[in-house]
Design a protein around this ligand. Structure first.
Ligand code: URA
Length: 270
């Protein structure tokens, strides 16, 4: 392909172009060259043109093909059910093309931590750092989470299942501008999350924030739900505030501290 020299552009024109991109919803610079994601989709081959008729015959009435309706939740359910291992599940999610968030994401963020851990943490969705690195909770919220877990003797890198945690998110793809995932997006990824929990088979689950509660409990209202044990995916689950909430409202750290002590006590008692 011919490479064209970068056009000369004035400071004012560059600033105007930059402001226009922000107005369109761009939030982060992710590369030096633009990527047209529509070009990454393999186009359907164009239908062959009809053979030229010798003489003009009346055209037959077009036969309309039935519109194919896909139920993304049913597709996800089928794929998730066939996953016999965590690697299968990761592959199934990589092959699932019905969630619009996948198009805008740089990476599919599946998990981090020890799959043998007794505790499984469920967050919302990758942010900018997670999208770039392909791992959950590696940005500021994740670093805070690691410090809080360490205070109760838990560590995502621990080889011992008793002190380890396993971490995933409701959504494996970053929503644009870090918006909350929509109910339809949460619903279509639900079967993957349920299978994820089944395959990891933790003793306890921690639901971090409203999106995790919406996915696991079909309920929102984290300030009301937090701190009380409930059941999710057939096992004990503790809703708590999302670490990003604590970055915005540090006084809430005392609430999550109480929740983590509750988690520690339950782990010790089991
Ligand atoms: N917030 C989340 O819910 N998950 C991440 O992985 C990072 C931030």
């Amino acid at each position: 392909m011919e490479t064209r020299p970068a056009p000369e552009i004035s400071y004012d024109a560059a600033l105007a172009a930059f402001e226009w991109l922000i107005e369109l919803g761009a939030t982060d610079p992710v590369g030096d060259a633009p990527v047209n994601r529509y070009d990454l989709v393999t186009p359907e081959p164009a239908p062959a043109p009809p053979p030229q008729a010798e003489t003009r015959a009346p055209r037959p009435a077009p036969v309309l093909a039935p519109v194919e309706t896909v139920d993304p939740v049913a597709v996800a359910r089928g794929l998730a059910a066939r996953a016999a291992t965590l690697d299968d599940l990761r592959e199934a999610i990589l092959g699932f093309d019905h969630c619009p968030l996948k198009r805008g994401a740089r990476n599919t963020v599946f998990c981090d931590g020890n799959p043998k851990a007794r505790v499984m943490l469920i967050g919302e969705a990758p942010g900018k750092d997670e999208d770039a690195q392909g791992k959950p909770f590696v940005g500021r919220a994740g670093q805070l989470l690691d410090r809080m877990l360490a205070a109760v003797g838990l560590d995502r890198a621990a080889p011992d299942p008793g002190t380890a945690v396993y971490i995933t998110n409701v959504m494996p793809w970053r929503p644009p501008g870090n918006r909350e995932p929509e109910p339809a997006e949460i619903a279509m990824m639900g079967p993957f999350l349920a299978r994820h929990v089944e395959l990891v088979d933790p003793d306890l689950i921690v639901l971090m924030g409203n999106t995790a509660c919406a996915a696991a409990l079909n309920s929102r209202g984290i300030t009301r739900l937090r701190g009380s044990w409930t059941q999710a995916f057939g096992r004990p689950a503790l809703p708590t505030l999302h670490p990003a909430n604590l970055l915005r409202t540090p006084i809430n750290k005392r609430l999550v501290w109480a929740d983590l002590l509750e988690l520690r006590a339950k782990l010790n008692a089991l």
